[in-house]
Design a protein around this ligand. Structure first.
Ligand code: ADP
Ligand code: ZN
Length: 523
């Protein structure tokens, strides 16, 4: 049995009958003054885990949240149900801020939302030292972890909270905690003695599908027409241009789609977001700028036309589908060009070598998920430290991919890369390497006299598409690497094991069914 006061608040203030999953345990633990680390997927109901303790305990609950754009909405939603809430962030003028500070000191608030950059201000820290704080809530706690995918330096200031107010219980919450990130949150926030609450990260109603990228917009159109006509959904693209073009393409083909990216003026962005929330069956084509805090229950699909940078990102973005629990699809088209583009982004990213290594590790985990022959869900959940059994509701469960012995193909490809370097001192991208393997007499082959290489034409048994699949999978398995602006292929230490030490390579055969399906689409 839980604390009757917390259940009372749940019903009276928020109008819900029962707590979900482990919400009650968390709420009761924090209300009783305990520290907590809460790992719960997006949409799981993290907010109540600190809002209710803040209402039941004496004093003001202080919530640190990086989502400044949403702060005002959250506060307004709370006020609408009679909760005394306020916020402090950089968008306010000094008068406004002073008023909120006075309310806080007088204990006239239930909840005070703080933007993380406020923690750098000594004035704010002194305020917190003096005020009647009931609980500290650290939302999106993974932002404190450098290992994570969304590090924010201001979050490092959070350790000061417990130094200044060791008497106040703290609850840190996140939806994206892999074991590594979780360990870093624990040490950075000094939560070694906190009770850890882990919810299941499984979203059983989401069907995960990852398809080889051929003609992505056409594949998308076909997917939407056959499986999600008139459904609301989000399509993610990497670049603004691709967002614009894809939205136009879909609209031209009878699927109303609105673009959303940071390059649009804010009035347009607000209008498109509002239409998406209000109208039925609209598609938004967006960069990842879209969706933070979007709480639309009936998003039936999330499609990715470009590879996400990390499994955390993929999980967070796909998690916006099916919050109402009804069947939904997470669909991703992925190809060799994605790997090349992402590696280039990493190579040119700001930050030190350690930072680039972290980015590369995130990408590798994402590639492994794309190329797996096992259940996608098992792989996804394992990444978050959760064991599970094959789900029966992902592409690899529904049509198990054939695997084949790609050792000889791998050897041919790797030795072509090695020969180009050793015999010619050259590096080339996948296109040229595949042309050499297939024995194609292109102008570029002739120009470089690549038809004189002993490997010329040794790979005519595989199609160009199949060869690109081989390159992709070698990259995913770390047996090959790309570098530079032109995505040139280079071998890795592990390549030698395949070339000289008899290591075998299993590969996933790309399903052909999808090629047949996508060719039905019309412009
Ligand atoms: P998160 O922060 O974990 O992404 P939220 O706290 O925003 O999730 O909650 C997601 C949705 O679930 C919200 O619409 C919220 O009102 C609803 N919700 C949370 N807890 C409950 C509950 N016990 N009963 C019914 N709905 C709930
Ligand atoms: Zn599965």
């Amino acid at each position: 049995m839980g604390n009757p006061r917390t259940l009372d608040v749940l019903r009276r203030v928020f109008g819900y009958d029962t707590f979900r999953d482990n919400q009650q345990q968390i709420v009761d633990h924090v209300t009783a003054g305990g520290d907590a680390l809460v790992l719960m997927p997006t949409g799981g109901g993290k907010s109540l885990c600190y809002q209710i303790p803040a209402l039941v305990r004496d004093g003001v609950g202080v919530v640190v949240s990086p989502l400044i754009a949403l702060m005002q909405d959250q506060v307004e939603a709370l006020r609408a149900v009679g909760v005394r809430a306020g916020y402090l962030n950089s968008t306010q003028d000094p008068d406004e801020r002073r008023m909120v500070e006075a309310e806080f000191l007088a204990g006239e608030l239930d909840l005070l939302y703080l933007a993380p950059e406020r923690l750098r201000s000594e004035a704010t820290m002194r305020l917190i030292e003096r005020g009647p704080v009931s609980v500290f809530a650290i939302d999106e706690a993974h932002c404190v972890a450098q290992w994570g995918h969304d590090f924010r330096p201001d979050y490092l200031e959070l350790s000061k909270l417990s130094e200044r107010r060791p008497d106040v219980p703290r609850v840190a919450l996140t939806a994206t905690a892999t074991p590594a990130t979780r360990a870093e949150i624990t040490t950075r926030l000094g939560l070694e003695n906190a009770r850890v609450f882990v919810s299941s990260f499984d979203r059983p109603n989401i069907q995960y599908r990852i398809v080889p990228k051929k003609d992505p917009r056409r594949q998308l159109l076909d997917f939407l027409r056959t499986e999600h006509p008139h459904d609301a959904g989000i399509v993610y693209c990497l670049s603004r241009r691709s967002v614009e073009e894809t939205a136009e393409f879909l609209t031209r083909n009878g699927i109303e789609a609105l673009p959303y990216h940071a390059g649009l003026d804010s009035a347009t962005r607000i209008r498109h977001q509002a239409r998406f929330l209000r109208e039925e069956g609209l598609v938004v084509v967006a960069t990842i700028a879209f969706g933070m805090g979007i709480d639309k229950p009936d998003v039936r699909f999330v499609a990715h036309l470009d590879l996400p940078k990390s499994v955390e990102g993929y999980y967070q973005e796909t998690g916006r589908a099916g919050r109402d629990g009804l069947p939904s699809t997470a669909w991703l088209a992925y190809g060799l060009s994605d790997v090349v583009a992402q590696r280039r982004l990493i190579d040119t990213s700001e930050g030190d070598a350690a930072h680039r290594r972290r980015l590369a590790a995130h990408l590798d985990a994402m590639l492994a998920l794309c190329e797996t022959v096992e259940c996608r869900r098992v792989g996804l959940l394992a990444y978050f430290g959760q064991d599970s059994r094959p789900c029966g509701n992902c592409d690899t469960c529904l049509s198990p991919p054939e695997s084949w012995d790609g050792t000889v193909a791998a050897q041919k490809l790797l030795s072509t890369v090695v020969r180009l370097r050793r015999e010619r001192g050259q590096k080339f991208g996948a296109g040229q390497v595949v042309d050499i393997l297939r024995g194609k007499h292109t102008p570029k082959v002739t120009q470089h006299r690549h038809d004189e290489l002993s490997v010329f034409g040794v790979g005519s048994d595989l199609s160009e598409v199949e060869w690109r699949g081989v390159v992709r999978q070698l990259l995913a398995q770390g047996l090959l690497a790309v570098e530079g602006d032109y995505g040139t292929l280079v071998t890795t230490e592990a390549s030698d094991e395949v070339l000289y030490r008899g290591r075998t390579v299993r590969m996933r055969r790309d399903p052909n069914r999808l090629a047949v399906r996508s060719s039905r689409a019309t412009a």
